[in-house]
Design a protein around this ligand. Structure first.
Ligand code: 5AD
Ligand code: SF4
Length: 441
């Protein structure tokens, strides 16, 4: 039986998975605040808990059920529970069947309807909405609130690429680009509220386009002209959408940071074909070459999957080979996880868990080595750092280098300042620096 005999006054949104979910989670929080609710100090005490879930791999998807169980309090009561995000989209009504304490199930394209759903749940009715409505949720969202120095801005959602392992085309739907004006208006608001860096987000962000009109690089050029904005980033990209214009932007747009997350997934052409990646190792390497020619100091990042069905030892070795050839500044690597409804889940030759473990270890050892080498190569360099948050020690602040490295330093500058720093030392995950001078800006 539902226990929601009272109106939720406080809420807690917990986001898992990609940065798109972080953005969506922040939008949901604003939506609930616009309804008069306030964010609970500690999540455990909130009247409404929104689990903003990820479905990309099985482990992430299963996590939601243990999280729901953990929401029960010592006195046996529980908050109103909403499951949002990609598990909501993929599993829909199956969720309350498995976890009857769930009151609300809302997909990533329908969360602007969350307040109505809360009202319904209050009456003890279960509310489920996994529509992908044509009208955009963005138009229905309230104004942005106070903003830190770095902001995410979703410009594109969904994916039409249908890689055979991936649930995203099913959970996030077809590729949709937000309108030019809506994006620029949101960017201006973010800057007015204090953002100095904007990361443009999309499942295939570089596929953003206006049909026959402007492309993603035009959007970057427009952001570049916004006063007050210092840094532009974007993620995540598909090799096939690395246009000449975008590559040129890396040479020409000063605010565009020298960092590119460009997943290749595998270094073997047979595997890439079976993944339906529609690029080859060669075409990928050629793009990397052109990007490096445009911006020689660019930091490269990628995603890799080991143990895709049918992947042989030799084919896995090809992945190590492409990693060696590219030399990444950082990367994400995963064991293949069969996802219901995707073609790869039905393929022959599913790879044994132990084999995947061993491959992942070898790949990560190589990637970690490259990451450390990349960090160490910045020691002695003078570079800008955008201060984002306080460090653990007093007087210590943490910011980001242009190459997305965390930099720790002692300074009396403030969060949001862009300062000049000399890098003093490097570890695998962060750098230490010293401030050179206070920027005039
Ligand atoms: N199994 C393992 N990794 C996956 N990814 C996407 N689907 C799967 C899957 N079924 C990885 C890809 C993608 C990243 C976001 O997650 O590397 O780029
Ligand atoms: Fe998934 Fe491939 Fe689309 Fe990326 S490009 S979201 S991996 S289907």
């Amino acid at each position: 039986m539902s226990m929601n005999d009272r109106t939720p006054k406080t809420f807690h949104v917990k986001s898992f998975g990609c940065q798109m979910n972080v953005y969506d989670g922040a939008r949901m929080a604003e939506l609930l605040e616009a309804e008069g609710m306030t964010a609970a100090e500690g999540g455990a005490e909130a009247d409404l808990v929104v689990l903003n879930t990820c479905h990309i791999r099985e482990k992430a998807a299963e996590k939601v059920y243990s999280d729901i169980g953990r929401l029960r309090r010592e006195d046996g009561s529980r908050p109103m529970i909403a499951v949002a995000g990609c598990v909501a989209q993929a599993e829909g009504a199956e969720i309350p069947r498995r976890a009857p304490s769930v009151d609300i199930v809302v997909g990533p394209q329908a969360y602007h309807r969350l307040p109505e759903m809360v009202a319904k749940a209050k009456k003890g009715e279960r509310a489920l909405d996994t529509d992908m409505p044509l009208e955009s949720k963005f138009g229905a969202l309230p104004a942005r609130r106070k903003q830190g120095p770095t902001a995410f801005l979703t410009v594109q959602e969904g994916c039409d690429k249908f890689c055979t392992y991936c649930v995203v085309p099913y959970t996030r739907g077809a590729e949709v680009s937000r309108p030019w004006n809506a994006i620029l208006d949101e960017a201006k608001t973010l800057i007015d509220r204090g953002a100095r860096e904007i990361t443009l987000l999309g499942q295939n962000v570089n596929a953003w386009n206006e049909g026959e009109g402007r492309g993603f690089h035009d959007l970057i050029a427009a952001l570049d002209r916004l006063p007050g904005l210092e840094r532009i980033r974007y993620t995540t990209s598909h090799p096939n959408d690395m246009t000449e214009g975008l590559i040129r932007a890396h040479a020409e747009v000063e605010k565009l940071m020298p960092f590119l997350h460009l997943p290749v997934q595998s270094g073997n052409d047979r595997v890439l074909k079976a993944m339906n990646r529609s690029h080859t190792t060669d075409s990928y390497l050629r793009i990397i070459e052109r990007v490096r020619a445009a911006r020689p100091d660019i930091a490269l990042s990628g995603d890799f999957i080991v143990g895709f069905p049918g992947e042989s030892d030799a084919e896995f070795e090809d992945t190590l080979r492409i990693v060696t050839a590219v030399n990444y500044a950082q990367a994400y690597s995963f064991k293949y996880s069969p996802r219901p409804g995707t073609p790869a889940a039905e393929m022959e030759g599913q790879v044994q868990a132990e084999v995947m473990d061993e491959r992942l270890q070898r790949l990560q050892a190589l990637l970690n080595q490259q990451q450390l080498a990349f960090n160490q190569a910045t020691v002695g360099r003078r570079t800008s750092v955008l201060l984002e948050r306080n460090g653990k020690k007093s007087g210590q602040l943490i910011g980001k280098s242009p190459w997305l490295q965390s930099v720790h330093l002692e300074t009396n500058a403030a969060i949001g300042d862009l300062i000049e720093v000399e890098i003093l030392s490097a570890g695998p995950n962060s750098l230490a620096g010293a401030q050179l001078m206070r920027n005039a800006a």
